[in-house]
Design a protein around this ligand. Sequence first.
Ligand SMILES: NCc1[nH]cc(CCC(=O)O)c1CC(=O)O
Length: 328
Amino acid sequence: MDPKPSFPIGTRASTMALAQTRAAADRLNAAFPGLGAAPAPLSTRGDRDQVSRLERHGGKGGAFVEEIRAALRDGRIAAAMHSLKDMPGDEEAPGLVIGAVLPREAPGDALALRPGLALDDFLARRGEGFVIGAGSVRRTAYLRRLWPGARVVHYRGAADTRLRKLDEGVPQKLPDGGETPPADALVMARAGLDRIGASDRAAYDFPYSAMLPAIGQGVVALECRADAFAVREKLARIDDAPTRAAIEAEREVLWVLNGHCNAPIAGHARLEGETLHLKAAVLSEDGAALIEAEADGPAARPRALGRAVGLALIEKGARALIDASRPA
Ligand SMILES: NCc1[nH]cc(CCC(=O)O)c1CC(=O)O
């Protein structure tokens, strides 16, 4: 790797994050030959501390995003690569903007199975008696609805590490010193599996009707300083308009709900011609309650659509579910 790229893109050092950042650098270098965009891996506290839960770091933003933002603010990097899903949606970062999003990859969730397990058997038993690892309250809540007979355990860490633990039958350490039983299956982002070259590990893709993705899932975002005009101009040039419209609608839902990082909120927007279709949901942590809202709107006004869907969720009682899932 170029030790001192002229356009360093800050990133976490995981396999997945590096793959995403290389994709972003390729896109920039194709649009601006000679720019010298290249990944600048930074190690974050969230990566070093694999044991504690994300919430301990003040949420997703606290875990991964803030340290990379610090490098952006002090000028060590020109842009920062984030999985959009990991960026808090209910507040803006002062002085920073999302300058570009890359074309969205598969937005959904997939099931990876321990080698030797047959998908047919798993599905026929509806997960009964199986241990399923999941890393978010959204996935946990949907799993409890879908396969109530399965035991869902908290699983986190880099995607390739999680897969290795699944394959080797390694238990996962918990913050309280205990450990989970080895998992039979993991729920992971399909886009993450694709990016680390593990597409063949996706034994089953959850239909959106069974598990609606996280807001922003599958989208790579490039953040930069609001006052870095030369950078902003380059990022504007590679911004993917259909993805931008979708994420503006989705993230407006988060904004309206004021959803904290631990809230089981889901949402997905898709563009068809000039029309955006947006569906969003809020669940109770045990999956017993599911509130959904959906609407269509012009692609040119994505935030209005997101706002309407967010407010419809609140009308239907979403606020109580979000408050109930707030960490004490
Ligand atoms: N929270 C971790 C994270 N952040 C982004 C992705 C990959 C998919 C994406 O780009 O949304 C993942 C891994 C996962 O959820 O399994």
